[in-house]
Ligand binder design. Structure first.
Ligand SMILES: Nc1nc2c(ncn2[C@@H]2O[C@H](COP(=O)(O)OP(=O)(O)OP(=O)(O)O)[C@@H](O)[C@H]2O)c(=O)[nH]1
Ligand SMILES: [Mg+2]
Length: 292
């Protein structure tokens, strides 16, 4: 009987959240091509016979330019001290760089770390071997596992490797639980994901979503009614998020609603509105109100 926590740690965009979803076999974390998609430590549970593995997805560590950025880095680094093992995730196709070097320096010497070379679907075996070689200069890794979070190649092998690293212990979470996120958090993330996929440049970073109300989930009403506010930092961004004649917000709402309906197994009415919270990424009061 074994139990333990394993953090996924790495630069933004290397595919940590995509990999967590692949390891769990369910969508528990949102993903996008925008750096700093993940903004909190997200726990996801994988059970195997009597053993339980709790994956902890973390924000990609980067050079911060806002208070939010500093907090995201802190969230990731704090997890390193609280887990039984670490997956140091790198982008095998992009290759290792200065960023990876800086991140590896924070790996605790006393915690086993597996070097996960992700995105192998994009590169040939020679390139993967070169990245393994480069990674040996960064840290004393317990193992190296090339994977593709998108195709699923190597994901089973990585799970075997992680289960083998777990200390003895009893499961902490019920077998049917796949994530510790609240309904409110899951819903706000699904809305934010749709916005990340449809906005560019600085806009995705300026977006935060707060669910104000979820009504009817605990009753046998026909429809679950959800009200959420999309926060942006400037008036011009509000226009972008709403779109021409409200087209953008409508499209975001439709796609997010479909996913929320699948999540709850219920019909959903989703009402979205957009508000400006000036420079919220740089203000401590705004960050705590938005849950960061
Ligand atoms: N081709 C390919 N793309 C991948 C793979 N894994 C992730 N991606 C893509 O890489 C981008 C970033 O993925 P995420 O999972 O959001 O990356 P992340 O490391 O969690 O990023 P942050 O949360 O910003 O730190 C997305 O566009 C993914 O679809 C992979 O194995 N192969
Ligand atoms: Mg992520």
């Amino acid at each position: 009987m074994s139990f333990g926590f394993v953090a996924l740690y790495g630069r933004p965009n290397v595919g940590k959240s995509t990999l967590v979803n692949a390891l769990v076999g369910e969508k528990v974390a949102i993903t996008s091509g925008v750096a700093q998609t993940t903004r909190s430590a997200i726990r996801a549970v994988v059970n195997r016979e009597d053993d339980q593995l709790v994956l902890v997805d973390t924000p990609g560590v980067h050079k911060p330019v806002t208070l939010l950025g500093e907090r995201l880095n802190d969230v990731a680094r704090r997890q390193l001290g609280e887990v039984d093992a670490v997956c140091f995730v790198v982008d095998a196709d992009a290759g290792l760089g200065r960023g990876d070097e800086m991140l590896a320096a924070w790996l605790p010497a006393s915690t086993p770390a597996v070097c996960v070379l992700n995105k192998t679907d994009l590169c040939d075996p020679g390139r993967i071997a070169a990245q393994v070689e480069a990674s040996t200069r960064l840290h004393e890794f317990a193992a190296w596992v090339p994977v593709s979070a998108v195709s699923g190649d190597g994901v089973g092998l990585l799970l075997d490797e992680l289960f083998a690293l777990l200390p003895a212990g009893e499961s902490m979470f019920p077998a049917e639980m796949t994530t510790d996120q609240s309904d409110r958090h899951l819903v706000s993330e699904l809305v934010r994901e749709q916005l990340l996929h449809r906005t560019r440049e600085e806009v995705p970073h300026s977006i935060a979503v707060l669910v104000e109300e979820i009504e009817g989930l605990d009753t046998d009403d026909d429809v679950v009614r959800i009200e959420a506010t999309v926060y942006v930092e400037r008036e011009s961004q509000k226009g972008i998020v709403i779109g021409k004649g409200g087209a953008m917000l409508k499209e975001v709402g439709t796609h997010a609603r479909e996913q929320i309906e699948a999540l709850f197994g219920r019909r959903v009415h989703l009402a979205l509105r957009v508000k400006v919270s000036p420079s919220w990424q740089r203000r401590a009061d705004a960050l705590s109100r938005l849950g960061y």
